[in-house]
Design a protein around this ligand. Sequence first.
Ligand code: ATP
Ligand code: F1X
Length: 334
Amino acid sequence: MIVTLTANPSLDRTVDLDGPLRRGTVHRATGATVDPGGKGINVARVLHRAGHDVLAVLPGNPGDPLLAALDERGIPYRAVPTSADARTNITIAESDGTTTKLNEPGAPCPAATRTELVEAMVENARAADWVVLSGSLPPGVSDEFYADLVRALRPTGCRVAVDTSEAPLLALAVGFPETAPDLIKPNSDELAQLTGCDAKSLEDDASRGDVGSVAKAGRVLVARGVGAVLATLGSAGAVLVTSEGVWRATPPPVVARSTVGAGDSSLAGYLVAERAGAAPADRLRHAVAYGSAAVALPGTRIPGPDSIDTSAVATEPVPDDPDRTNRPLSRKDM
Ligand SMILES: Nc1ncnc2c1ncn2[C@@H]1O[C@H](COP(=O)(O)OP(=O)(O)OP(=O)(O)O)[C@@H](O)[C@H]1O
Ligand SMILES: O=P(O)(O)OC[C@@]1(O)O[C@H](CO)[C@@H](O)[C@@H]1O
């Protein structure tokens, strides 16, 4: 089983425009869709659709429309009572695939909810082979929440994947190696937050075929105890760094409709392959195939196994570059 935690879940409302977004004007939307969202929920949705046994843990009260959306899709969940309904996050989707997101802060999380979420995670982790801790934290939850939870999960022996950003990510990294997860999935912004690199140049270099800086940042994290770094780089694909080596994967050309949930689908794709016993390059291939399939779908729609084409994803090992390895990262190596 895979247990996901979404401490700050959302109902994702996507509004479609037939042209570019213009600030300060009235737009007549051409359509609108609503999906259950929040990063851990998206990971659980993809895994469930791929036939895996999942449990999505989240704060939520009976009657919350988010829980109704999970019920409709048959996603198994454990909802811990909290202060209010889940937030609504808005995506404005332009016809060329450009997406703008407006994410609400989320319902404040009372102390009793935080305690029960941790208890639910520890209890269910005992029967799981992975737990996935994903997304931002709602008001009332301290930045150290994930770091503390990784410590609390250690005795269960369950492997831990984390996908978060900003202060909770930095608070986790401060505790490495004690709080180092078995897997992290930073995008270029998050890799930059962790290592002081410039996010745009990481992605720009990668799209020109140079993933040296990403590989170096990943190696720094692995040296600090992280099991594997799955760095996703938007249309430039992804890089996997483990103690065994570094691989890069390039997606096939895709007509992008919405990038929302692409990173979550990548993480789920990696876990699908990992659970099947795949070697690192094949895990990366699955991550990129799932991510690219998600990008071709509208809103927070998630791909099913039938739309995954791993043969269209090119992977290759990235050799060690002694020159670059000896050069410091732009700010500090964490
Ligand atoms: N324009 C694109 N074309 C093809 N594949 C893409 C594109 N954008 C993203 N992807 C695929 O999706 C994966 C994840 O994308 P990205 O790095 O943007 O994740 P993310 O920022 O975590 O996404 P999100 O937070 O929106 O879920 C990439 O590694 C790639 O495989
Ligand atoms: O505000 P957070 O927790 O950082 O991100 C939330 C979110 O943007 O992430 C998912 C896509 O990855 C969406 O379903 C959801 O709206």
